[in-house]
Design a protein around this ligand. Structure first.
Ligand code: NAD
Length: 342
């Protein structure tokens, strides 16, 4: 028991010590509620993430030989998620799987069945939901600050991280946006149209534009690429009282209020449109998103009713939407993301 938090201590490990796994290892090793069992990576600890070299293992079997674990953070390349989850859940471990849940919706569905059959718990690491600016943005939307929502726009562009070989920008990066628009808008994606480009000559696309609508009627638009010479991470939500803009690189949130007297979308405004009003930048407590995500996952393991994790089913829904984007880009048609297996 972690006396300070009054929660059970869980023994956890990390699978994959790459760009994101190294951060998971650091966080697990420094969380009082976690007994860090170590990390598995056949390439070793190239980033020097694990202080005790005896806690770096070349295989899951070696890790398990050192003792049983309660959970694992699965941070291997996306195309290896399914095999890693199969192996570690057979040992009775729950899983926090990095996003996207798997390389394809079919594999994502299989992954969910494996987790259920093993009788363990699972969640997906759509860590943007733990970004302080986006948490605050969503709270303000739900409190009614923007009034009726019209539009959600996300921008996630920057240079190519050379290590990603198994999926394109739609599954690797735009899954963040497809998860966010639904989570912020509080409604599933009804339809979308995607346009992709492949400028780097890799097997997969490296730029995507997505236009879509939630079932609530809110429109959304996402621009995502690996081609831009600077990194931008911006989410803009527009409603009838103004606009909230989150910068998730700096965790800043700014409110642009409609200038019209009364801030209501009355008869006069509908004729003239809005004018510029007050601009407020909020001071937000900045907690590391991966820590927030781990806390939520530990709540899930401790049996909390509303742990706020991204469920495996939500992770699959997002991947189905990503595949719908690719299908739309290939066909030139607007499509409705359909449930797995249909
Ligand atoms: N949530 C986020 O914001 C975020 C950010 C980056 C990556 N990711 C996701 O995390 C996953 C890993 O991405 P990355 O950028 O860290 O990749 P990476 O290539 O930097 O690291 C992957 C590591 O896994 C190791 N590995 C391969 N097979 C393994 C196995 N069977 N068992 C143990 N280790 C194995 C590799 O040696 C490598 O060190 C991907 O699914 C990616 O989409 C998520």
């Amino acid at each position: 028991m972690d006396e300070a938090n009054n929660k059970p201590v869980m023994r956890g490990a990390v699978l994959g010590l790459g760009m994101i796994g190294r951060h998971h290892a650091r966080i697990l090793a420094s969380t009082p509620q976690v007994d860090f069992a170590g990390a598995v990576d056949p390439s070793g600890d190239v980033h020097g993430a694990v202080i005790d070299p005896d806690l770096v293992f070349a295989s899951v079997d070696e890790l398990l030989a050192s003792g049983p674990i309660d959970f694992a953070v699965v941070a291997v390349p996306t195309e290896e998620h399914l095999a890693a989850v199969r192996q570690i859940t057979q040992a009775g471990a729950s899983v926090l799987v990095e996003k996207p849940i798997a390389a394809s919706a079919a594999e994502g569905l299989e992954l969910i069945e494996i987790v259920e059959a093993a009788g363990v718990k699972g969640a997906v690491g759509h860590v943007e939901r733990c970004n302080p600016a986006l948490i605050e943005l969503r709270k303000r939307i739900n409190d009614g600050q923007l009034g009726e929502l019209f539009l959600i726009v996300t921008e996630r562009v920057g240079p190519f991280p050379d290590r990603i070989r198994d999926v394109g920008v739609v599954k690797d990066l735009a899954t963040h946006d497809l998860d966010l628009v639904r989570w912020l808008g509080g409604s599933p994606i009804a339809s979308l149209a995607g346009q992709t480009q492949n400028r780097m000559g890799r097997p997969h696309e490296d730029l995507v534009l997505i236009n879509g609508a939630l079932t609530s009627g809110v429109s959304f638009n996402s621009i995502v690429d690996w081609l831009s010479p600077t990194k931008v991470r911006r989410t803009r939500v527009l409603g009838d009282r103004g606009m909230l803009v989150a910068d998730t690189l700096t965790a800043d949130l700014t409110f642009y209020e409609n200038g019209a007297v009364g801030s209501e979308w009355g008869t006069t405004q509908s004729l003239r449109g809005v004018s510029e009003g007050d601009v407020t930048r909020y001071a937000i407590a900045r907690r590391e998103p991966l820590r927030v995500q781990l806390d939520r996952f530990l709540d899930l393991l401790a049996g909390a009713e509303d742990s706020q994790v991204v469920t495996l089913a939500e992770g699959l829904e997002t991947l189905i939407s990503a595949e719908a984007v690719l299908a739309s880009a290939a066909s030139g048609q607007t499509v409705a993301p359909s449930p797995a297996g249909s």
